[in-house]
Design a protein around this ligand. Structure first.
Ligand SMILES: [Zn+2]
Length: 90
């Protein structure tokens, strides 16, 4: 894995023979995150370049899922009503 500086920067290296120092400019190179792994309600991304990790919480309830659940429960209660009425009529 290559080391990289997300914000760029300078690095000083020393000549092994004469001891002279040289400053090397490192180009900014952002993290290259992978697709992430979901674990315990948290998504963990790992940088493919340096191995650094960052986590992102996964929302506990998606608004669409909530809506879907509401519609489903509405349909369910309607169905129960229909069955209930059908039983009474019969
Ligand atoms: Zn990185």
């Amino acid at each position: 894995m290559d080391m990289h500086l997300p914000e760029g920067g300078e690095k000083t290296r020393k000549c092994k023979a004469c001891g002279e120092k040289e400053t090397v400019i490192i180009e900014p190179l952002g993290h290259n995150w992978d697709d992430g792994i979901v674990e315990d309600g948290v998504k963990t991304f790992t940088c493919k370049r340096c191995g650094e990790t960052r986590t992102e919480p996964i929302p506990s309830s998606c608004p669409f899922f909530e809506l879907f659940r509401k519609i489903l429960s509405m349909l369910e209660s309607k169905l129960f009503h229909m069955i209930f009425i059908a039983i009474i009529i019969l």
